[in-house]
Design a protein around this ligand. Structure first.
Ligand code: FAD
Ligand code: SIN
Length: 516
């Protein structure tokens, strides 16, 4: 018997939505959700802008589809774009049924905001803390489900597939669950499951300068890669154009793209409004274009940041739509009514990841992936703003439908070995782990940023090779710790970004190499 019917790794929008769906449809099934930090500490919690859905009478699925395809720069899977956009409104209703509140106008209509790359106002939001509201509502609902067990501070180390079992090597792999480290007791347990869902979120921490919280260390992608699942499109890292400029502060606080949708202008310190030199849509061009334009302006001027100018906006309305951003500025002594806000691009989102089919199935049987760690084909070379929460909602439903069908397939758990704790040395020098993490981040920031070159990528590749060797040695000889596991996963993720970048010979969307 497996330990649990459904093992869900990750407690963001993707993991929790899936868990609620399977637990609701199958009251006799057990669902275990593990998460490595506090239950709410996720990228989801920090989402500001909202969820893109075509609802308005003037909008249409067709327009949303065209905007998504244009942002994706020719590399989206059109079928996926089509069904995600069309299934979005129903999934949004489901989310509201679960208790999520979105801002409404005086007449009760959903308030629709605008962001870069969108031809219409179509982003539903809860002020500028949409993700916090979603996470609140989902966790509240999860707490009422008797068949969901949510384990925080449980770190998934590795998936259990044939490479852990004493079975002959086959190309066809099956996932039997995962090894989980309880970070309070330091015990590793073997959690077997009929179905495993990877919903471990993003990778921003690979770059030191990121909007992502500290949990975003690419663990899902690295685990899937070790289990030999297919990983693709890793070269398409999305840099958000407007993270607040605060040297030395990590994660970087985001100034939502919805602020530009509200009318804020991007300027240099000399008040030159530069974006129209790069794109007719000005500040509301898609993110890849805006981030690259800022990068060029900064390289030309030698300045450290550019500015968001909100001074001309109606301040009461601004404050009511963006209370958190307004407050953050005030705390730092910036008054949006009088001062321009300093901003700089920061690593924000991974468009690629674990390759999945239209139902979230990876290339390993019984292993699904959903949310930011999955590469569904929706985003192509660049994600349209606010399309990722939408993607997580639509794909959690699709994963759920297929996983329910697949959950009765016969599986034999008898040969699943317990975790083999090879290393026994407790690393005395944590400085080695911390230093290698910082070194990795410096390599990625300096050599694998918005503008890449073959030489920089090759240099990154050889430096990462050294870090990999040192870290593997440490990993094999040491007792486990989440910090060491994360370092290993960060290096693997960095390696995948660099190696897939080197293979790309045409610049598209968020990928720009001066040598191709
Ligand atoms: P997450 O929400 O990141 O959840 C990942 C979970 O996996 C966490 O619980 C984490 O602890 C757990 N985990 C990770 N590793 C392990 C491990 N080894 N073991 C166990 N658990 C693990 N998108 C939009 O569409 N609209 C927006 O407005 C928007 N704003 C954003 C603003 C910010 C600042 C950021 C950072 C992102 C924003 N995004 C937005 C992107 C969006 O928030 C994310 O892509 C989405 O929330 C990812 O959801 P997820 O469920 O895949 O992962
Ligand atoms: C933002 O609010 O600018 C973030 C939106 C997104 O990442 O989709």
């Amino acid at each position: 018997m497996p330990t649990t019917d459904f093992l869900v790794i990750g407690s963001g929008i993707a993991g929790l939505s899936f868990a609620l769906k399977v637990a609701g449809a199958c009251p006799n099934c057990s669902v275990t959700v593990v998460t490595k930090a506090n239950e709410g500490e996720t990228n989801t919690k920090y989402a500001q802008g909202g969820i893109a859905v075509a609802l308005d009478q003037y909008d249409s699925a067709e327009k949303h589809i065209q905007d998504t395809l244009k942002a994706g720069d020719g590399l989206c899977d059109e079928e996926v774009v089509n069904f995600v956009v069309r299934e979005g409104p129903h999934q949004l209703e489901e989310l509201m049924r679960l208790g999520t509140r979105f801002d409404r106008s005086d007449t009760g209509e959903l308030d629709l905001a605008k962001e870069g790359g969108h031809s219409m106002n179509r982003v539903v939001h809860h002020k500028d803390i949409t993700g916090l509201e979603i996470e609140r509502a989902l966790l509240k609902r999860v707490a009422t489900m008797k068949n969901i067990r949510l384990l925080s501070h449980h770190f998934a180390i590795d998936l259990i597939t044939e490479h852990h079992l004493e079975q002959e090597y086959t190309d066809e792999r099956t996932c039997y669950g995962a090894y989980i480290l309880n970070s309070h007791t330091n015990q590793v347990s073997t959690c077997t499951a009929r179905t495993t869902l990877l919903a471990l979120g993003g990778i921003g921490q690979v770059y030191g300068h990121t909007t992502n919280p500290v949990i975003a260390t690419g663990d899902g992608i690295a685990m899937a890669y070790r289990a030999r699942a297919e990983i693709m499109d890793m070269e398409f890292i999305q840099f958000h154009p407007t993270a607040l400029y605060q040297p030395g502060v990590s994660p970087a606080f985001l100034i939502s793209e919805a602020v530009r949708g509200f009318g804020a202008m991007l300027k240099t310190k000399n008040e030159d409004r530069f974006m129209f030199r790069y794109d007719d849509r000005g500040e509301l061009a898609s993110r890849d274009i805006v981030a690259l334009a800022i990068d060029k302006e900064l390289k030309n001027s030698g300045d450290e940041c550019v500015y968001l100018d909100c001074r001309h906006l109606e301040m009461d309305a601004f404050q009511s739509h963006f209370p958190t951003i307004f407050q953050k500025c005030k705390l730092l002594g910036l008054d949006p009514a009088k001062d321009m806000i300093p901003v700089l691009p920061a690593a924000h989102y991974l468009c690629g990841g674990i390759k999945v089919d239209h139902f979230g199935r990876t290339s390993v049987k019984q292993l699904y992936a959903c949310g930011e760690n999955a590469r569904t084909g929706l985003h192509g070379a660049n994600r349209l703003a606010s399309n990722s929460l939408l993607e997580a909602l639509v794909f959690s439903e699709r994963c759920f439908l297929k996983a329910m069908e697949d959950s009765s397939s016969p599986m034999d758990f008898r040969d699943v070995p317990e975790w083999d704790a090879r290393g026994t040395i407790t690393p005395k020098e944590h400085i080695l782990i911390a230093h290698n993490r910082r070194e990795l981040q410096a390599i990625m920031r300096d050599y694998v940023g918005i503008v890449r070159s073959d030489e920089r990528l090759k240099r990154a590749s050889s430096r990462l090779g050294l870090l990999y060797k040192e870290t593997e040695h440490l990993y094999k000889s040491s007792t486990l710790s989440p910090q060491l596991c994360e370092l290993r996963n960060l290096i693997t993720t960095g390696y995948l970004i660099v190696s897939q970048s080197l293979k790309r010979r045409v610049n598209r969307g968020g990928y720009y190499n001066v040598d191709v």
